[in-house]
Design a protein around this ligand. Structure first.
Ligand code: ADP
Ligand code: MG
Length: 709
């Protein structure tokens, strides 16, 4: 037997269980089983007195003697213990007691088997989650062990399971047995995955020790060492694969050389109405160095909402133009593309660089003109939506592509961009995102990109007061908006639009709009509405009315989420705020606080708000710092859920390490991966052979994120 052996052939499994293990837990080979780690451990060495059992706590075990067993039918009637038909039994209830008190244990399944075991007078270890039912303590479906065979005195692993597995008799106990068998079969010939020198330098325990102890820890210390080794290995190999790809690209991918700053850059820079922030300057220096290097740039620019990323994009584009190339800026939505176009055009006035807007709505004639301008090079900067990566759009010499809010672009779309470079050299790529991503996540999601961070807000950014209120405050909220409008301000009111219940959401939006129009009647008030079901013309008309200040209130779905800039707006009301993710809420809030002396974000919450949602709303009220929020959110929800940061989860799934909890190990693993690669960038030295081999695994090879541009 080895790790590649089909799980079916592990003694105790067979074809039926194998099929279940695969469909329920994705376990195909014996190796997969060994890498299914317990998600927690229970110290079964401690036995609790029944009198001391606290309901609602974690699982406990008690040692108790069976007093009385009763069987009940579906209708609740007690069934006579003699002449029993087990198929009529829906519940078994046993009263068990120790010297301190008694409790009930209940079974709905496996009744016959339990009935035969729970003979009054016999003593067992009952292990499960206690609850209070009526006035007495009970435990539903506890594990029942004879006192002498119970797995006491050690830490017992608890494995992921499902209802189907349990019904098929694959209990925690079965899992332990199977894993025990697998370990005995595999460990003697198991190959170490990390080179000796790595184990030594990092003080890691060998793989065989780690696997044995992660499943059957002899004590807490051994478990600690095992789990550290496995976490380190997981993060280290991932970082190694990311950094290796980055190395290969930065050394092999030829990039267009842009040595000059150029007149256009200088003209724009000198005419800026404000001083760049230190962070903006630093980032532009980083980008400039990339553009001069002769290697293709693949840089992620992170900066909170309002941190001034557009200016960085414009100045970078102007460097490309100044070196005889063209640049494009891609936005995720029509509205945003238009806004970018309006802003960028202003900045370009002193430079004389021609800029054009290309979206799905650009007319045929205009489109033809733009195509011509791109081909003869008279258009220096093209701004647009996805429309600009269509095959018909051909540049004379595209040198830089800026992608705003990258997570909205698919991999395939990015790769089309690659083909628009010059002389088969791909353009430099700058990806901008306002979604604050915790550092550990960024390192993993974008580990193969260079990352620049704008961590400083332009001066003059006004604080936003955030409050979270319920339905009873709706009138007060309306009055508040009236006061703000009286001061000459404007307000956003946003409704959630969540795919699964789209119909319902539109209904809410409609009702909400009607209510707002009633509360803010013409002619005194004008209310605009924007949502995804409008034609682009309707959308643009309503948007323009709000941007130009003709409408006082903009009711919308989340289409305004990114980028829209209306400095005069001072109120952001978010309806059903509990239904938004934290990062989305933060993005929405970023729409205000751009001009008015004081701005407000009002989170309207529904009647049913889960504890977790409430925590999110509280966090938002407590801080305006996007990165702080992201870190907290990661802790709260785990990375798989981090909304807005990614479409489909991590590039590879982590098995044991947690980005939320293992930040320190991650830092160390990344630094060490870099250290290893510095000495042997291609991992071709003999001592690194195990690493090179590990990186051949599918999970490292089929990683889309490496193709980010
Ligand atoms: P984001 O990073 O969200 O895209 P923007 O680029 O839209 O941010 O910038 C937000 C606002 O801040 C814009 O109105 C912009 O003109 C202004 N701005 C950008 N940089 C500075 C700066 N250095 N000083 C003052 N205002 C700035
Ligand atoms: Mg922006």
């Amino acid at each position: 037997m080895n790790t590649e052996t089909s799980i079916q052939y592990l003694p105790g499994v067979g074809p039926k269980r194998a099929a279940l293990l695969e469909s329920e837990l994705g376990i195909v080979t014996v190796g997969d089983l060994l890498h299914l780690y317990p998600f927690r451990y229970i110290d079964r060495s401690s036995i609790v007195r029944i009198a001391d059992v606290q309901p609602d706590l974690a699982q406990v075990q008690v040692r108790a003697t069976v007093q009385k067993v009763r069987l009940y039918a579906k209708n609740g009637a007690e069934l006579p213990p003699d002449k029993l038909k087990y198929n009529l039994v829906s519940r078994l209830s046993a009263i068990v007691a120790d010297e301190s008190g008694e409790m009930e244990v209940v079974f709905f399944k496996g009744v016959k088997w339990m009935h035969s075991r729970l003979i009054p007078g016999s003593t067992f270890i009952f292990f499960g989650k206690p609850a209070v039912f009526g006035s007495h303590l009970n435990m539903v479906h506890p594990e029942v062990d004879a006192p002498d065979t119970a797995n006491t005195g050690v830490l017992t692993g608890i494995y992921p399971s499902t209802e189907k597995l349990k019904n098929a008799g694959i209990t925690g106990r079965t899992m332990l047995k199977l894993i025990g068998t697998a370990l005995e079969g595999v460990l003697p010939t198991l190959q170490e995955t990390l080179p000796d020198y790595v184990l030594k330098e990092k003080g890691l325990v060998p793989l065989t020790f780690a696997l044995r102890q992660i499943h059957f820890p002899v004590d807490q210390a051994a478990l600690g060492k095992a789990s550290y080794r496995l976490k380190f290995e997981e993060l280290f190999l991932l970082q190694l694969s990311l950094l290796k790809q980055k190395y290969i690209r930065s050394h092999n991918a030829v990039g267009l050389k842009m040595p000059a700053v150029g007149d256009a850059f200088n003209a724009c820079f000198n005419a800026l109405p404000y001083e760049l922030t230190g962070a903006q300057k630093r980032v532009i220096r980083e980008i400039r160095a990339d553009l001069m290097s002769g290697h293709q740039m693949n840089r992620l620019l992170q900066g909170d909402v309002g941190s001034g990323k557009t200016m960085v994009a414009v100045l970078s584009a102007l460097i490309a133009v100044g070196n005889g190339y063209q640049a494009c800026i891609m936005a995720p939505t029509e509205v945003l593309a238009q806004q970018h176009y309006a802003n960028v055009s202003k900045y370009l006035i002193p430079t004389g660089v021609r800029c054009a807007l290309l979206t799905g709505n650009t007319g045929v004639r205009e489109r033809r003109e733009i195509h011509a301008g791109l081909q003869d090079g008279s258009i220096g900067i093209l701004i647009g939506t996805h429309a600009l990566i269509e095959d018909t759009v051909q540049f004379r010499a595209l040198g830089l592509a800026v992608i705003d809010e990258q997570h909205r672009f698919g991999v395939e779309q990015r790769s089309r961009l690659w083909n628009k470079g010059w002389n088969s050299v791909p353009p430099h790529v700058l990806v901008m995102t306002a979604t604050p991503i915790p550092r550990t996540l960024a390192m993993t999601l974008y580990g193969d990109l260079d990352v620049s961070v704008i961590d400083e807000m332009p001066p003059g950014r006004k604080p936003v007061t955030t409050l979270c209120v319920g339905e009873s405050k709706r009138h007060a909220m309306h009055n508040f908006i009236r006061d703000e409008i009286a001061k000459g301000r404007q307000a956003f009111i946003v409704y959630p639009l969540i795919f699964e219940s789209e119909k319902l959401d539109y209904k809410n939006l409609e009702l909400g709009y009607e209510e707002i129009v009633k509360a803010f009647p013409l002619p005194q008030y004008k209310v605009a509405i924007v949502h995804g079901r409008q034609t682009p013309q309707e959308k643009a008309f309503n948007m323009d009315a709000f941007v130009a200040g003709r409408a006082h209130i903009l009711v919308s779905t989340t289409v305004i989420e990114v980028g829209v800039d209306v400095p005069n707006a001072s109120v952001m009301v978010i309806e059903s705020a509990e239904r938004f993710g934290l990062s989305q809420l933060h993005q929405l809030r970023g729409r205000v606080g751009r001009g008015a002396e004081r701005s407000y974000c009002i989170l309207m919450k529904g009647t049913k708000v889960s504890k977790e949602s409430q925590k999110r709303l509280d966090l938002l009220c407590a801080t305006e710092n996007g990165f702080e929020l992201a870190e907290e959110d990661l802790k709260l929800r785990g990375p798989g859920d981090l909304e807005g940061t990614m479409q489909s989860g991590l590039p590879i799934s982590l098995n044991i390490a947690s980005l939320a909890k293992d930040g320190l190990i991650l830092n160390d693993a990344r630094a060490y991966a870099q250290h290893v690669l510095n000495q042997d960038p291609t991992l071709s030295e003999q001592k690194n052979a195990p690493l090179a081999q590990e990186l051949q695994r599918d999970k490292y090879l089929t990683k889309d994120f490496s193709q980010i541009s």
